[in-house]
Design a protein around this ligand. Structure first.
Ligand code: FES
Length: 158
């Protein structure tokens, strides 16, 4: 939560999201997805709130959040860049592109640049397999992304 879960509004929203799914089987995952969609990440401070709402232990909630790579633990940068690492893209250089991206941005996969501008993420298929390596910058999909094109896309995004 941008303002932290100590923010009364944020804590109330988390409780409301939990309440909306409470009766569902396996409610925790849809709740976590909704929290991430609303706040951009899943703040560690939601763990006890959700544990209380779902009658689980905090360790159980923490375990689920840690298990799924989908859930971001920190606020994302202004732009998220996702590089596909699935098989078809790997076959045409995705791993080299990931190395280039990490070096170019000075971060590791999953991290955000110090200036808060860009978050680098991996993804396993963007549905653009015939045009790999595929990269998504914000909500725009790009195909056949070479290292030079990656840098150009980043320049535009920043
Ligand atoms: S494998 Fe990369 S877009 Fe499908």
């Amino acid at each position: 939560m941008q303002s932290g879960l100590t923010d009364v509004f944020a804590a109330e929203r988390v409780r409301a999201i939990a309440a909306a799914h409470q009766a569902e089987r396996g409610a925790l995952l849809p709740i976590l997805h909704d929290i991430q969609a609303e706040f951009g990440y899943v703040d560690p401070a939601v763990e006890p709130v959700l544990a209380d709402a779902l009658n689980l232990s905090t360790a159980e909630v923490h375990g689920v959040i840690s298990f799924y790579r989908d859930f971001r633990r920190e606020c994302a940068g202004r732009v998220t860049v996702r590089v596909c690492r699935a098989e078809a893209c790997q076959a045409v250089g995705a791993n080299a592109l990931v190395e280039h991206a990490e070096a170019s941005l000075g971060v590791e996969m999953g991290d955000t640049t110090r200036d808060g501008a860009v978050t680098l993420d991996e993804v396993f298929c963007l549905g653009n397999c015939a045009l790999g390596p595929a990269v998504q910058v914000g909500d725009r999909l790009h195909g056949r992304v070479s290292p030079a094109r990656f840098d150009a896309l980043l320049g535009e995004a920043r």
